[in-house]
Design a protein around this ligand. Sequence first.
Ligand code: G6P
Length: 588
Amino acid sequence: MCGIVGYVGKENALPRVLDGLNFLEYRGYDSAGVAYFTNGKIKITKEVGRISVLEKKLPKDIYTNMAIGHTRWATHGEASKINSHPHRQGKFTVVHNGIIENYAELKKELKKAKVKFISETDTEVIPALLNYYYQQEPNILKCIQKLKNKVTGSYALGIICDDDQDHLYATRCGSPLIIAKAAKGNFIASDVPAILKYTNKYYLLDEYEIAQISMNKITIYNADLKEITKEELTFAGQAESILLNGYEHYMLKEIHEEDQVFLDTFNYYVTDNKFKKTMPHLKNYRQIHIVACGSAYYVGLIGKFLIERLAQIPVTVEVASEYRYQENFYNKQTLVIIISQSGETADSLAALRKAKEDGIDTLAIVNVIGSSIAREATYTLYIKAGPEIAVATTKAFLAQTTLMALLAIHISNRLDLLKHFNGLEQKIKYLLQQDYRQYAKAIYQEENIFYIGRQMDYALCLEGALKLKETSYINGVAYQAGELKHGTISLIKENTPVIGIATEAKVMAKTISNIKETKARKAQVILITNQDVPDKCYDKLIMIPKVHEIVSPILTVIPLQLIGYEVAKLRGCDIDKPKNLAKSVTVE
Ligand code: G6P
């Protein structure tokens, strides 16, 4: 959600910034803009729509050593040129990711000081404030420092000032930002993929730290403007991991990485059917709250069933945006588990902070190394999914589910169950090789599709339905199979598409009865199961290899993801960048 890139160096800044923005496309955006100096003067170009539209508007022959760029996902004010970033007031030009919560109040105050605002955005108060402070004392670092006590909300900022065309400035609070060091220049960016083409060396900026970056020097200050030394990090993966490598879409590429992602995650925590030291000691907790958003929340639901069944510990699963505002009856033996691919989801981060404020231990299950949630939790367990670019999560879901299952085994000390993970990658590969187009063809013209299942199968129904909504804009809706008869079955008529999931032995017979109830009303049923069932209850069948329930969801999700992909393809949707969605939702 909103991407920031900036470059200052010996080489041409604009192509580098545009490259970076292109790699951040996956975060979701609806307009883009850049600012750069040419012959000592600032130039700003902004356009609604894709980065390619912006690129066409930029002069081809520009050579500039410093530029900042931004992709905007509209929050305050529609997607328009005026509301796009960079925003400028006086001598300051700024790109921003996050939300300035007290912007209305600040605008009012600044208007009294004769500042004129041209956009509807919250962001415009930032260059206005900086310019106002600068008029009082022309010290850029001090002006940025003053934001800390004035601005509430979240921000990652890239800042340039007309009076200092050798330095790019950056600071953050709540929203992510990295500073990267390349051979002939330095970058700022919202995320590592933006800079991988040029370097894999970077620093993570912590809350309220300020970076002052020139062609050959990066200086980082703490909130008191004392110079500090930061640990230089190296992105361990290959730069190729963020390229399509011949796949038509990132979503497809990422689904096809799932056998390896499973192995990498499993091997990171387990060796010789024993846990490595990478697993923290968690046996003293008597109650668990799992908090997450979107797909990560559905992983939480799977986790609830597994932990409760194996460890006999009560687990509640909550959507992060609700969790903060409700009564949470925790005690010193409660563990709050936050699941997040990006590690930056604002609602999940806020829930984590609330639990911490209340003195409760937190455990983060995260993909992005060094992300805010990963850094702030008491314990952090990484999934080993690698960079996930497609907005609709797939491989991270599979890796999170793998880790949830391992966590359930660890908490319950049921090490005997680890053997069920051995060789699972072959079964994943088998499912990846199947052709799911026939199922997609049967449903892609529908506007409503029902997913029904019980227990963990229901959590998978939710994920299957979300994949369809996200990538195909079809209203996929999930129901607990047993609940259907209490109202929703009234919607089932001839040819209504129903995807039934029945893999759980415990509830198999009951789920099959519920599926038959829809078939009796002439629904068009695609059944996903792992055992022979009466042939009268489905039109199409997807057989999943039969495995222990602890690993079963890892397999079942694969056809759901691939059906989602194939349906989106048949409908001609922009699969990797669905409308209105963002990969990393950094607003609450
Ligand atoms: C967004 C995405 C979802 C994702 C959710 C949580 O809404 O569109 O696909 O599941 O964020 O993201 P996280 O990074 O916290 O897992």
